[in-house]
Every structure is written in structure tokens, then in C-alpha cells.
Write a protein that binds this ligand. Structure first.
Ligand code: SF4
Length: 363
């Protein structure tokens, strides 16, 4: 990823932070520009990803936010540590294309100050369990060789008893995490898909086989790992293709060291459709029929979603019974029809996942 960055923009205010200088030193051969004020031209409202340029800036809001799940569906009450916005990968289905209309890979240089506030907040709530991830508004590890986020975050989270940090990626940038002596309460997770969808739609990601092999290496290095089959895509031969991914998991992984596997079917904000048509002309993700869900997002019809989930659940569970499989943003009846049980509501799903944390890391 480091080689793909061509230019760096630095907000004037960001010059007051050591993090900024560490990045400029690491990428000292790249062009850089100081931005005094974000002009309308710089912040072009038309979507221009500019995935080859970093923008170093000061984040003004809170660094810790609840995952923007939905009230209408069962949500796991995950928390997002907002370290940056936008991603150097370019998955056709990526919801960020519609969420954020600002260009550049935006990296928050006041992360170390923000982290202190987040840790204070966690320490004041010792009875709660926090499941925190950095991979919602960017890939957790794609930029790690440049930002060294893992070195900044892992030591702090690994020491605490009421939190786990999940680093979710589709890349092979695990060296920073592995080189540290911390394993407790750190989960390295990979998003998975069928090999076909990965090749056609996940531009810039490593292959599914490589992801699974690296997860096996992480397990041998003492990490607990997780997986996210999200988005599951319904297309001809999907069953055989997803089975290939599960076969690779069986070949390379120890299932007893997998904390959870989430399943989510493709869903999108209506605004994303035209962006996908414009930016990803060969994409197949929009093939098929969608309906508007209770949260306003487009989703597959319920019988299709249930078919996807129950197939994946059966195949994964026949490999190993205790994989912590859960659904992302689904309703009670879809849970029951797909899995034969349901956590009933968001608190029930949070309890289920918190118990997985206690099983793997204690309390
Ligand atoms: S890796 Fe995740 S954040 Fe990055 S482009 Fe793909 S879906 Fe979006």
C-alpha cells in the first residue's frame, strides 16, 4: 500500500502533532502540500475517491462511536474507534462510497490524544465489556505500514480487562501486529467472500486463500482470529463458490481459536446504486432483485437472505459446532428461520458476543 501513495496533503493545524511528522518522515520522497483552509475545490462534494493521496488532519469529534447499526434490526452494539476515513482498497460494494463524499484517505493525526480520552471512558466503566473495532470507516491494517496504528493501539487495549480490539482487514499487513509482544484481547479478523466475488469485486485486496493462510499464521503466533462473510452475494453457483472458501478454512485454520464469524447479506443505501454503476462497470453485485428494508436500505428478499444464511450456517457448523456465528443487522424471524435460534434483540446479541469474549479472554 505504501507504494501506492503519491501525494500527501496536510491540514495546517495537523502540523502541531508528532504523528504528522512520523508519516512525513516515512514518506519523505512524496510530494506534500499544506492546506491552510479546505476550499470548496479541495472538498469537492462530487465523489472523487483519490485513493492515492493521504490527507492528514485533526479530528474534532469523539474518537469512539457506536456502530451505525439500525434500530429496526438486531445490532451487536459494537463500538468504532474512528482513526481515519476512506480506504485504499476499492471494493465495488463498499458503503463508504455513499457515506462519505469527501476525497482522500483521511487520517486523524490527534489519535494519541483521542486514545487517552477513549481509554479513560473505558476505565470508568469497568463493569461493561467494550467490543471495539477500527475497520468500519477504513480497513484496519491496509495503511498500517505507514500509520503504525497497530503499534499505537494494541499495547493499550491488550492490557485492559473490559475490552477487546478487533482489527479487520482484507490485506496482508499483519507484520506490525505480529512484531509486538501482545496477544491478549486483540482479535485479527478478515472479511471473507467467495473466491469469485473477491476477485471480481474486492479491488486491491489479497486473495481469499492468502487471507485464510495469514489467519492460520496469526493463530500459530497466538492470536485469536475472527471472520466476517459480509456481504454475502447471491449469484449463480454461489453455493459451490462459498463452499470453496469454507474448504480453505478447514484446511488452514484451527476452529477452536475462532472467536466469531459474522454473516451479512448485501445491502446498500439507494444512493450507492448509481455510484456502483458509474465506478464499477463490471460489477455483478447489483444483479438480482432488491427490496427496501425497514431501515431504508435495499436488501435481498427475505427467502433469499434466509437461504444464504442457513446454507452458510449449516456448512460452517458441520465443520465445527462452536464458531460464534451471528447475523449482522437482521430481524428476529430471519435469525430463527436461518439458525433455529435468535438472541431476540440487540441486548441479547451483545450478551452472546460478550460471552464469547469472556470464553476466549476471561474477565
Ligand atoms: S476493504 Fe472495506 S472499507 Fe475498504 S473499500 Fe473494501 S469494503 Fe470499503
Amino acid at each position: 500500500m505504501e507504494g501506492r501513495i503519491k501525494e500527501i496533503f496536510v491540514q495546517k493545524e495537523a502540523l502541531g502533532y508528532p504523528f504528522t511528522y512520523r508519516i512525513l518522515e516515512r514518506l519523505k520522497d512524496r510530494k506534500f502540500h499544506i492546506i491552510k483552509e479546505e476550499s470548496p475545490f479541495f472538498d469537492d462534494p462530487r465523489y472523487k475517491p483519490k485513493k492515492d493521496s493521504l490527507y492528514l488532519l485533526v479530528h474534532k469529534g469523539s474518537f469512539l462511536k457506536p456502530c451505525p447499526g439500525t434500530k429496526q434490526y438486531i445490532c451487536c452494539r459494537y463500538q468504532i474507534l474512528n482513526i481515519g476515513i476512506n480506504c485504499p482498497l476499492d471494493c465495488s460494494y463498499c458503503i463508504l462510497q455513499a457515506y462519505f463524499n469527501q476525497p482522500y484517505l483521511r487520517i486523524f493525526v490527534n489519535i494519541e490524544d483521542g486514545l487517552k480520552e477513549v481509554l479513560n471512558y473505558i476505565d470508568e466503566r469497568k463493569d461493561e465489556i467494550f467490543r471495539i473495532g477500527t475497520g468500519e470507516f477504513t480497513d484496519s491494517l491496509a495503511l498500517d505500514p505507514i500509520t503504525e496504528w497497530s503499534k499505537i493501539l494494541i499495547p493499550h487495549f491488550s492490557k485492559r480487562k473490559n475490552v477487546i480490539l478487533e482489527l479487520k482487514t482484507k490485506t496482508g499487513s499483519i507484520e506490525g501486529a505480529i512484531s509486538l509482544p501482545y496477544r491478549e484481547r486483540i482479535i485479527i479478523s478478515w472479511s471473507l467472500n467467495s473466491p469469485l466475488i473477491s476477485t471480481k469485486e474486492e479491488h486491491g485486496a489479497i486473495s481469499v486463500e492468502k487471507r485464510i493462510k495469514l489467519a492460520g499464521i496469526c493463530q500459530k503466533e497466538g492470536f485469536v482470529v475472527g471472520f466476517h462473510f459480509d456481504p454475502l452475494i447471491f449469484y449463480p453457483n454461489w453455493k459451490e463458490d462459498y463452499l470453496r472458501t469454507i474448504d480453505l478454512m478447514e484446511r488452514y485454520l484451527d476452529p477452536s481459536k475462532i472467536i466469531w464469524i459474522s454473516l451479512g447479506s448485501f445491502r446498500y443505501m439507494p444512493e450507492l446504486k448509481n455510484i456502483i454503476i458509474r465506478r464499477h462497470k463490471k460489477s455483478v453485485v447489483l444483479n438480482g432483485e432488491f427490496i427496501k428494508g425497514m431501515d431504508g436500505k435495499m436488501r435481498y428478499f427475505k427467502p433469499i437472505r434466509i437461504e444464504l444464511y442457513s446454507y452458510m450456517y449449516d456448512k460452517l457448523s458441520s465443520w465445527y459446532k462452536d464458531l460464534g456465528i451471528y447475523l449482522c443487522m437482521e430481524s428476529d424471524d430471519v435469525w430463527k428461520e436461518s439458525f433455529g435460534w435468535s438472541p431476540k434483540n440487540s441486548q441479547g446479541l451483545k450478551d452472546f458476543l460478550d460471552k464469547r469474549v469472556i470464553k476466549f479472554f476471561g474477565r
